[in-house]
Ligand binder design. Structure first.
Ligand code: SF4
Length: 374
């Protein structure tokens, strides 16, 4: 079932590694909130009104900059304009440095039932290096007040492969996350994105990124540890306790439709993908003129859909070979027989009930395997 995504393009301070669209100026914050309502109205007006959505996800940027009243207002607008299931999953990404107890109680009353905290690390020096605005203690406090507010479906984003990070330091982060009673973990390795301050630091020799072997070691440690604690790895970087897989993210990984609102938000709808203007000023300009703020779009042809299907499914639930044949009129295993046999022999792919899945070793080589299958 389709999902709704809302991009909040503000951050108190940019983190050195981040290449998501967000700005540190709040000059046009109020304009943004009003325009968001108008974009929701405009999009709803051009779509049929019989489609039911099962998730809403506020990402960014820092969605937790919204007050509970603003959050409630946007949720009310979405529910008024679209058919949203009564028990839809409603997630808000939170920076632990921007939340308080009464705000989170307000979020809960407004219908938010899942929070995703960008914690990244419980070590003070890591947080300083990543230029996060919060301390480890603030992150722990934030999780506690969320749980007190009645929101117990909680994800933590944690980051490994930081310069100088040892397995012991990484284990400490995983243990803290477990002990805080979180239900979901997203564990990503720190990647150097072009154009970020981190990329410049690496080029200037101020930061040395860990070698690939150490990244693989921490990744394997993560998979083994979390599985041992009862978390299921349902996507390469995502682990959930039973019943807590993120419904919204599954929408992406299952290649289902979603609508995005706000600057730089992407949408995929009935074979077409489009993306909004990134710059807040340009996005506001379009909405002010009564235009949908799209920057571009494309029709998803069969080859693109097939490539994305392979990539997204292999990273998550595996490729259902019967479904693949039905969608693309092709036999994936027969067409890639030699390569797939090598993967079976090498222990990177396995077959289970007509489903092609990555093994733990295969997860480390996910991109390479997907590239061959394309
Ligand atoms: S708070 Fe999140 S979105 Fe904002 S700069 Fe940091 S990582 Fe990026």
């Amino acid at each position: 079932m389709p999902g709704l995504y809302v991009h909040i393009p503000f951050c108190e301070k940019k983190c050195i590694y981040c290449d998501f669209y967000s700005i540190e100026s709040f000059r046009r914050y109020d304009d943004f909130i009003s325009a968001l309502h108008r974009e929701i109205d405009m999009r709803a007006a051009v779509l049929p009104d019989d489609i039911v959505f099962h998730s809403i996800f506020f990402g960014g940027g820092t969605p937790s900059l919204l007050t509970d009243v603003q959050m409630g207002g946007v949720l009310e607008a979405l529910r008024a304009r679209f058919r949203v299931e009564a028990d839809a999953e409603v997630t808000v990404e939170c920076n632990p440095g921007t939340v308080d107890a009464s705000q989170l109680r307000g979020y809960r009353s407004a219908g938010v039932n899942r929070l995703s905290f960008g914690v990244q690390s419980f070590h003070a020096d890591d947080l300083l290096f990543l230029s996060r605005i919060h301390t480890a203690e603030e992150a722990e406090h934030a999780i506690g007040i969320a749980q007190d507010a009645g929101i117990t479906n909680i994800n933590l984003d944690l980051m490994f492969s930081l310069p100088g990070q040892t397995p012991e330091r990484w284990m400490y982060n995983l243990e803290r996350a477990r002990d805080l009673g979180t239900t979901h973990l997203s564990c990503y390795s720190l990647t150097v994105e072009q154009g970020t301050p981190l990329a410049r630091m690496v080029v200037r020799g101020m930061v040395a990124m860990p070698p690939e072997e150490s990244d693989a070691e921490l990744f394997t440690l993560t998979m083994e540890t979390l599985e041992g604690w009862g978390f299921r790895q349902y996507e390469v970087s995502n682990y959930a306790r039973e019943g807590y897989a993120c419904r919204h993210n599954l929408t992406y990984w299952r290649h289902e439709d979603y609508l995005g609102f706000g600057p730089s938000a992407h949408s995929t709808w009935q074979g077409r993908r489009w993306w909004n203007l990134s710059s807040l000023d340009h996005w506001l300009g379009a909405v002010d003129e009564g235009r949908l703020p799209e920057a571009g779009g494309e029709l998803l042809d069969r080859d693109t859909l097939r490539r994305e299907y392979i990539y997204l499914r292999l990273r998550s639930e595996g490729i259902d070979l019967v479904d693949f044949r039905r969608r693309f009129d092709a036999d994936l295993v027969r067409d890639n027989r030699a390569f797939i046999d090598r993967c079976f022999a090498g222990g990177t792919l396995r077959l289970e009930d007509d489903r092609l899945l990555l093994t733990r070793e295969g997860i480390l080589l996910c991109d390479e395997i997907c590239a061959e299958l394309e």
